[in-house]
Design a protein around this ligand. Structure first.
Ligand code: MN
Length: 347
């Protein structure tokens, strides 16, 4: 049960069928969800009720050409999984504490590239960039040798905020329409060389894939669980939001084989805390802002949300590999898949 965008306008996903909502009126005849997004919480509820009751044309989802569901405004990617941050810290900085001193005090993030966010099903061209292996004196430019995925949960802002205004943890559901699955494709070799001291840039910005379906928060109410405890307690402006753990089972399939199974409920920083942090300096929200959780990794082996963690840096994506991310909430609501195939680097 999610909204998407197709050739005639908005679509409603009902099982493995897509229902054409364009007959429901102007908001539903738009090429993207943006108008629905900015219409607010009461209208979102009405839209869900109308979509459920609509007897419009329906067809198998696989036969529909699904578009990017909303026009992405800004894109921010967090780093909210304790297990992922610890695993990556060990690999990127083996001689230091894996977690940097700020990690437990704020949800660390980088600002991504909104213009290269694409819909599920879009192939990814292996990026080129500067890479420098540990034993080399100087970098070389060429195709990434360490292309990876990141399994993430993202949320989509509907109602904007004013410049200077802070959006508190409690106001999350007033502003946020729903969630998508996200694959933050990552070139680890490019990232490792470029990220100091300002964070990821070209190692990430070549492409980010999201599900074609946006699942409204209202349909995930029954999947809400208590998030893991936080130590130390966050500062007052980031306190609360613990009831926003989301019990969403996650799965990654590579060339038809399941390589990872985890759950979004393990996130240390919840989605409302991410939003509160992103606006804590008064930065304004815009309709269509996309914020993603960061890679979701669990404690158990096989629950890691990236290849660098799953295969300890010994295996990465090869040309022609096909990847599918899946998510299913504990109340049975399926999130949209995120599919992508790796194409060779361009000469
Ligand atoms: Mn990421």
């Amino acid at each position: 049960m999610s909204f998407g965008a197709g050739p005639n306008g908005l679509l409603w996903r009902d099982g493995d069928e897509a229902v054409d909502l364009s007959g429901l009126g102007d908001v539903f005849a738009q090429p993207t969800l943006n108008e629905l997004l900015r219409s607010g919480r009461a209208a979102w509820q009405d839209a869900i009720a109308a979509a459920r009751a609509h007897d419009g044309p329906r067809m198998p989802e696989r036969n529909v050409r699904l578009h990017l569901p909303f026009k992405v405004a800004d894109y921010v990617d967090f780093y909210s999984s304790l297990e992922h941050a610890t695993n990556l810290g060990r690999m990127f900085r083996p001689d230091q504490e894996p977690l940097l001193p700020n990690w437990r005090w704020l949800p660390v993030a980088y600002h991504g590239r909104a213009g290269s966010v694409v819909v599920s099903g879009t192939d990814v061209v292996r990026p080129c960039g500067q890479r420098k292996a540990p034993g080399e004196d100087a970098p070389t430019f060429g195709p990434s040798r360490r292309l990876d995925f990141e399994l993430e949960l993202g949320f989509v802002v509907g109602i904007p905020s004013e410049l200077g205004e802070r959006v508190p943890v409690e106001a999350f559901a007033q502003h946020v329409f729903g969630v998508v699955l996200v694959n933050d494709w990552s070139a680890r070799d490019i990232q490792a060389w470029e990220y100091v001291p300002l964070g990821p840039n070209l190692g990430k910005s070549f492409q980010t894939s999201i599900s074609a379906w946006v699942t409204p928060l209202a349909l995930l109410e029954d999947a809400r669980v208590e998030a893991p405890p936080q130590d130390p307690p966050p500062l007052p402006h980031l306190a609360g939001g613990r009831g926003w753990g989301l019990d969403v089972a996650l799965e990654v399939e590579l060339n038809g084989e399941t390589i990872s199974q985890g759950n979004a409920r393990t996130l240390y920083w919840t989605l409302p805390q991410q939003l509160a942090h992103a606006t804590s300096n008064g930065a304004s929200l815009r309709t269509g802002d996309l914020m993603a959780s960061g890679t979701i990794s669990g404690v158990e082996a096989g629950s890691e949300g990236s290849m660098i963690e799953l295969f300890r840096g010994e295996r990465f994506l090869e040309d022609a590999d096909e990847l599918v991310l899946r998510g299913r909430a504990a109340n049975g609501v399926a999130l949209g898949d995120v599919r992508g195939r790796v194409l060779p680097a361009r000469a």
